[in-house]
Design a protein around this ligand. Structure first.
Ligand SMILES: [Zn+2]
Length: 355
């Protein structure tokens, strides 16, 4: 008996086809996704299984076919052999036994409106520790600005309870980076190193993702909130952050916290990439800004770009992108004794003036 594969039945049931070369892909779940942009049903083409982490709908080729065809699972095999013109009289081979799925199932990212809604509710339940408040005040932000920007301290206890509370309020957790299923099958929020949680916003002010500024580390100080590698977790993308409305000239820097500080101190609109070498999400935002009338982009990366070749290469690709998109661009230089433009503006222009 020939084996019927997922790839055999997909054209028959009228669900979207996988892209070439994919081992697994996601489609809207027929049981729980009412919005076509939400795709929770994962179909594994090599293992011939499907599974929705949100509602638990899962099974093999015959289960999926029976569901879509609206027939009894018992009859699926026979009907499929007939539809596919396969020889069902051939001797039945023992079904191949599959190795247990060792790939941790991942949940595809959900849309920005949903992420914003869930993250906003999450932040409303968290507070800001006093050491973190002092840190932000020392950068030049005011109490009012800190509150408006919704900076928080990472939760280190009660993360499952937080997720439970959010679910109870009707918030949507699958596909929001940071949330995942625990071994007992409950949703939880990732437990990360202690640090400051920074909302990373799109030009409309919606929270796309969260970054953490980790306490007491010197390397990789900023990190995305992500639950990749956890069951039904979701990876973060290299989102850009925008502080301020579109303007004719905008500043481009590295890191959302720096962008918030520079915007607060100078009133200039600042767009931040996560790093000078992570520009994947930059192009769509720049296209949007160009439509809004932005003509000039001034880059303001930490002054170590003058000496660090790694940073320099990133800067060259950025300059190439800006020129290809038709922006005028230039760069701000400041006293290299101050690493970032935020430090420079705060130390030189504000502190000294107010002394
Ligand atoms: Zn589902």
């Amino acid at each position: 008996m020939e084996r019927i594969r997922m790839t055999d039945i997909i054209p028959l049931i009228g669900i979207p086809e996988p892209k070439y070369g994919r081992v697994s892909y996601n489609v809207p779940c027929p049981c729980c996704d009412d919005n076509p942009h939400k795709k929770h049903l994962n179909i594994h083409l090599e293992k011939d299984v499907f599974r929705c982490p949100r509602c638990g709908f899962s099974g093999g080729v015959f289960d999926l076919y029976a569901y879509y065809a609206g027939i009894n699972r018992k009859n699926a095999r026979e009907i499929l052999y007939a539809r596919l013109n396969l020889d069902s009289d051939a001797p039945v081979r023992k079904p191949k036994s599959y190795a247990p799925i060792d790939v941790v199932p991942e949940c595809p990212i959900t849309d920005v409106d949903t992420r914003h809604d869930t993250y906003s509710a999450l932040l409303s339940k968290l507070s800001l520790a006093s050491d973190h408040r002092d840190n932000l005040l020392s950068r030049g932000l005011t109490e009012e600005a800190i509150a408006r920007l919704e900076y928080r301290t990472t939760p280190v206890i009660g993360n499952s309870a937080l997720a439970k509370q959010l679910l109870g309020e009707g918030k949507y957790l699958p596909g929001v980076p940071g949330f995942y299923h625990t071994a007992t099958g409950e949703w939880s929020f990732i437990r990360e190193d202690r640090g400051i949680l920074i909302p990373v916003r799109n030009p409309e002010g919606k929270i796309q993702g969260l970054q953490i500024r980790r306490d007491n580390v010197s390397k990789r100080k900023f990190r995305w909130v992500s639950s990749v590698g956890k069951k039904d977790g979701t990876r973060a993308e290299g989102w850009t952050h925008m502080a301020g409305p579109p303007q004719e000239t905008i500043l481009l820097t590295e890191g959302p916290m720096k962008a918030d500080v520079i915007h607060f101190l100078t009133g200039q609109t600042v767009l931040a990439v996560p790093g000078v070498n992570s520009l994947t999400q930059l192009k769509p935002v720049l296209s949007y800004l160009r439509e809004q009338g932005t003509q000039q982009v001034m880059t303001a990366f930490d002054m170590d770009y003058m000496t660090n070749p790694h940073v320099q290469n990133g800067y060259y690709s950025l300059a190439a992108l800006l020129s290809e998109m038709g922006f005028q661009y230039g760069t701000y230089l400041w006293n290299p004794a101050y690493k970032g433009l935020d430090d420079y503006v705060w130390q030189c222009c504000y502190r000294q003036k107010n002394r």
